[in-house]
Every structure is written in C-alpha cells, then in structure tokens.
Design a protein around this ligand. Structure first.
Ligand SMILES: Cc1cc2nc3c(=O)[nH]c(=O)nc-3n(C[C@H](O)[C@H](O)[C@H](O)COP(=O)(O)OP(=O)(O)OC[C@H]3O[C@@H](n4cnc5c(N)ncnc54)[C@H](O)[C@@H]3O)c2cc1C
Length: 449
C-alpha cells in the first residue's frame, strides 16, 4: 500500500533506503542540480556509455533571468520553465529523480537525499546559489525573494493583493500598501524596479482607475555608489538615469539594516514603511554538507581546479554559481552568471568523455558580455564588440533571452506574449494564485461598497 502523502510529506520522505534506480554495469554520474550548469552537462552526455542520474529538488528547469516577468504579471510560468522529464524524454541514459540532496559521503561514494541514498562513480555539484541575508533574520523572515517560480508567484500574488486592498479599503494607510522597497541595485533589483514603474504608469493607471496613482512609490536601495556595479561606468550611469526618469527613487550608498514593524531601516537613518520588501542584495553558495576536505571561497563557493574538480577529491566536480574557479587572467572566480555555468557544464562533459586526463586543457571562460533591461526600449549592453543602450540594446536583450530559453515551446510562448504586450498596456496575468497574505482585518463599515 502506498503511504499517504499527507502523513509523510511528498515525495514520501525516506532517507534510510536506497533510491530506486536501474541496476547497471555502467559507471554512474550523479548530477545535483538541473540549472544552467547541470542541464548543459546532462544534455552533453547524451549517447555516452554512462548512467546519468540528474537530481533536483524541483521537477523543472527554470530560466531565472525572466523570473521578474512572472513576478510582475508579464508572463505565465509555463513560458520560462521546462519539466525535466520533457527535456530528457529522448535521452535513454538519463534518469531524473526529484529530491533534495542533503549530504555527501565520499568514503562510501554515496549521496543522501530526502528520498534515499544513491551511489556515484562521479558526482557533479551544480546546486547554484541561494539568497544571502547576511544574518538579518527579520529581513529573511519577511522579504520577498526571486530564485524560483514559487517565489515569483508568491511575489506577484502579494503585489496584486496589496493593490486590491489599497483600492478597496479605507483603513489602508497609503504607506502600508503602496510603497514598494527593493533592496539591491544589481540586474534583478533594477529589472524589478523598471517593471514595477511601467506597471504603475500603464497598467495600474488603467486597471485601477479609482486608485490615486501618485500614491505608489518605488524605492530602489543600493549599498554601493552605482547601479549594475559589474558593468561599465557608462551602462551604470545610463541605467540610473533610465530608472530615475521612470519615477523610481534610487538611494545609492545606502544599506538595509533591519525590517521592523513594517518599516525598512536604512543605514542613513531613514525608515521606509512598506509591506512589500523585495530583497536581491546578495547570494551564497548552496552546497550539501559533507565536503570536509573542500576549500571554500568567498560567498560559500567551492574552490575547483581548471577541470572543475573539487580540491581534495578525485571524483567530485562543481560547476556554475556554486564553484569558484579562479580566472587565470585576474585570479577572481568567474562571475555568477548563466554563461560560466553553461560553458563549464559543456566543458566537463568533454573532460569526462576523454577519461579525465590530468594533461587535458583546462576550462577557458569566453566572456560573451552582460546586459540588463530597465523597461520598454530601455536596456544597456556591454559586449566584447561594443557598448550599447536604448532601443538597440533592448532588441538585443529580447533576442538573446528568447533564444536562450530551453524549449522551442517556451520561445514561441514568450514571443507571442511579448508581441501582444508591446501593443497593449494591459498585463494579462494579474492573477492571485497563492493563498492571500493575511492583511489586518477591515471593519465591515470601512469597506467601500
Ligand atoms: C532573478 C535572477 C535573474 C538573473 N538574471 C540573469 C541574467 O540576466 N543573466 C545571467 O547571465 N544570469 C542571470 N542570473 C544568474 C543565473 O541565473 C545564474 O548564474 C545561473 O542560474 C547559475 O546556474 P547554476 O547551474 O550554477 O545554478 P542554478 O541555475 O541556480 O540551478 C541550481 C539548481 O540546483 C537545484 N538545487 C540546489 N540545491 C539542491 C539540492 N541540495 N538538492 C537538489 N537540487 C538542488 C535547484 O533547484 C536548481 O534547479 C539571474 C539569477 C536570478 C535569480
């Protein structure tokens, strides 16, 4: 008899038994994480004589660069996710298991997960990074973040719920519902700020005609002295001008210190009242425990050699955001971006196929540039062959993002949606899909009939 998922939790939590996998004489490569790194590695190992086991805590690959579009009602999740079982339906040597890897035991060459253990001959960690709150517990407890589809939907639902409350309830003080505070002036914070500013200008004005649009305030807080710090000075300055012109209040050289009684406390002594605190100001490596011999770099990243091998281990590799491989040119680890993860995944597949020779040429990162979008026809791009801004950069951003989506169906879906929204100011997906957050209860007589 099948145990009830209500009593045990899905997927029938059991870390005492061995995970069900086909028995084989082939060598087994276990890949933990199906993000950009793990996915590209697994795909590049198609047709090889290994048994590939891909383990991820989610059942889908998620295209993180477009998560903000889900959060701001521009796209539905199925436009940017692809179930692993669809992606790998034609890859006979790959077995997907949905589980969270909790521990590595290299003595036994085994991983422990919440659905059981599994043996490996080679283990690849591609677990990415998670949000770093730098010990600010209250911020961690209350802030919205953006790493997964669940978080994006949570954010969208809350945002629309607060708009509905603001338009309907007399007791909702303007500060309570209508101020959005975004922490972190990197691409995620900036893209969120730009998308919210566009929503305010178009969608909210038309969709909520009885709401005083001027009451909506968007604050973007950045600790450093510029936005998009890793990009060129020109791009940082252009991004700042764009977002300020769109009505966002930018606070540079300002850090968040706490979130207390609904107020964001800033390092300059200011307090900003808001129920919608969004946090994208830091990440930390998300490695399972057990790598006792590994060397850890800044940001909890695992130090790897030029073949992506974890220092101190013969058969364990790490790629993407979780790995710190010093760039031979400047000694800094590669940036935590999609391209290093993709390129390392493809490199490692070649290295393993060759039998992992020590004299094999090490990984060389090809920097394809960086771009960020702020709004319609407003983007910045630093590419190896030039720096661009405005409409041309925005068109390039659209093209690159559509082409990078994993599934052909995703690409069509996004093209259709973006084309429609270009000619319309209405966002189609203003849908609350999560249980509403508990707002203070209004008295009957205070509801506007
Ligand atoms: C909102 C946002 C916007 C971004 N925008 C851009 C952009 O515009 N351009 C760009 O280049 N980069 C961007 N990035 C960064 C980019 O997405 C990452 O650098 C990239 O995803 C790293 O790939 P990865 O394979 O290392 O990890 P990820 O893609 O994060 O994948 C990690 C996977 O591991 C799984 N996992 C983690 N721990 C476990 C565990 N213990 N057990 C099982 N599974 C586990 C996760 O579920 C996830 O599927 C953005 C990131 C975010 C969050």
């Amino acid at each position: 008899m099948c145990p009830s998922d209500k009593t045990l939790g899905f997927p029938f939590r059991s870390n005492t038994m061995e995970m069900r996998l086909p028995k084989t004489e082939k060598k087994r490569i276990v890949i933990v994480g199906g993000g950009f790194g793990g996915l590209n590695l697994a795909q590049s190992l198609k047709g090889t004589d290994f048994q590939i086991v891909l383990i991820d805590q989610h059942n889908h690959h998620n295209f993180q660069p477009l998560l903000y579009q889900i959060a701001t009602a521009g796209l539905m999740p199925d436009a940017i996710v692809a179930p692993f079982r669809n992606i790998f339906s034609k890859q006979d040597n790959l077995f997907f298991r949905m589980a969270r890897v909790e521990k590595i035991d290299d003595e036994k060459k085994q991983i422990e997960t919440d659905i059981g253990s599994a043996h490996y001959d080679y283990l690849v960690l591609a677990t990415g990074a998670t949000t770093n709150f730098f010990g600010m517990d209250r911020v961690e407890q209350h802030a919205y973040t953006l790493k997964s589809i669940e978080e994006a939907l949570e954010l969208r639902s809350a945002f629309i719920q607060y708009l509905e409350a603001a338009v309907s309830r007399q007791d909702m003080d303007e500060n309570e519902c209508m101020h959005f505070v975004l922490i972190g002036g990197g691409p995620t914070g900036l893209e969120m700020a730009g998308a919210l500013a566009e929503l305010k200008k178009n969608e909210i004005k038309k969709g909520y005609p009885d709401l005083d649009n001027d009451r909506i305030k968007i604050h973007l807080i950045e600790m450093g002295n510029e936005l998009l710090a890793p990009m060129s000075d020109e791009s940082s300055a252009t991004a700042l001008k764009y977002v300020q012109d769109m009505g966002v209040k930018v606070w540079l050289n300002t850090a968040i210190e706490d979130y207390k009684d609904g107020q964001v406390i800033l390092s300059n002594g200011e307090h900003l009242q808001t129920p919608m605190l969004f946090y994208a100001a830091g990440v930390t490596g998300d490695a399972p425990e057990g790598l006792v011999k590994a060397e850890m770099a800044r940001g909890n990243r695992i130090v790897v050699d030029p073949h992506t091998k974890v220092k101190g281990y013969e058969h364990i590799f790490a790629i993407g955001d979780i790995a710190a491989m010093p760039d031979p040119e400047n000694g800094h680890p590669h940036p935590q971006l999609a391209q290093p993860a993709i390129q390392q995944g493809k490199y490692l597949a070649k290295y393993i196929k060759k039998g992992c020779p020590s004299d094999y040429q090490g990984f060389q990162y090809k920097d394809l540039g960086t771009m960020a979008t702020i709004g319609k026809k407003k983007a910045v791009a630093d590419l190896p062959w030039g720096k661009f801004r405005g409409t041309f950069a925005w068109l390039m951003w659209l093209f690159v993002h559509v082409m990078s989506l994993v599934a052909f169906r995703n690409r069509i879906n996004v093209i259709v949606n973006w084309t429609m929204s270009y000619f319309s100011t209405h966002k189609k997906y203003k849908i609350i899909t999560r249980s509403p957050r508990v707002l203070p209860k209004a008295k009957e007589e205070e509801l506007i009939s």
